[in-house]
Design a protein around this ligand. Structure first.
Ligand SMILES: NC(=O)c1ccc[n+]([C@@H]2O[C@H](COP(=O)([O-])OP(=O)(O)OC[C@H]3O[C@@H](n4cnc5c(N)ncnc54)[C@H](OP(=O)(O)O)[C@@H]3O)[C@@H](O)[C@H]2O)c1
Length: 164
């Protein structure tokens, strides 16, 4: 039986997730949540995400990077040329399997016909950016958890949603 896929993302109301290769906001509570959820797990992520997260291996994460650049591979870091190949590697590694972005990887993951758990931080703002979460609301989700929060700059909702 394949592992449950966990997809984790922080997304603005207009589905923006990134700008200029970085997050388009600084929300410490969400960063802490992201790090806590993915600690000790296998994390599938695109090359840009990997390059901008130098401490990905801290807290026992096992990165599987999607890239044509096979030279990125090093002890503890697997590299795969496609999402399919990355998932095949990730299935052999311990822990839960988290899809950590970016855009194309989220898009391809949502098209997969398999159970998915979405860890969504919905940032209640329209934000300028160049990288987007695909539309997820077209699917039917079962909400497992929901928590509202805010800081000085943003109001946001943490949700955990299952797509069966
Ligand atoms: N808000 C959030 O939760 C969140 C989460 C993740 C990312 N982000 C933001 O999103 C941006 C980074 O995401 P991104 O979409 O620009 O880049 P990305 O997915 O991290 O990296 C893109 C690169 O990954 C490889 N790649 C990605 N998908 C692939 C696929 N399906 N098949 C084969 N190769 C693939 C390619 O690498 P090669 O060119 O090396 O072949 C491609 O150039 C940043 O701004 C980041 O902060 C935000």
């Amino acid at each position: 039986m394949p592992k449950l896929l966990h997809l984790i993302v922080a997304c603005a109301e207009n589905r923006v997730i990134g700008r200029g290769g970085r997050l388009p906001w600084r929300i410490p509570e969400d960063l802490a949540y992201f790090h806590a959820e993915t600690a000790g797990q296998t994390c599938v992520l695109g090359r840009v995400c990997y390059e901008t997260w130098p401490r990905v291996q801290e807290d026992g994460r096992r990165p599987v990077v999607i890239s044509r650049q096979t030279a990125l591979a090093q002890p503890g870091v697997a590299v795969a040329p496609s999402l399919t190949a990355a998932l095949a590697i990730a299935e052999t590694l311990p822990g839960d399997l988290f899809i950590c972005g970016g855009q194309r990887i989220y898009e391809e993951t949502l098209t997969l016909d398999r159970p998915l758990r979405l860890h969504l931080t919905l940032v209640h703002a329209e934000v300028a950016g160049d990288t987007f979460m695909p539309e997820w609301r077209q699917f039917t989700w079962h909400e497992r958890e929901r928590r509202e929060s805010r800081d000085a700059n943003f109001r946001y909702t943490f949700s955990t949603l299952d797509r069966m």
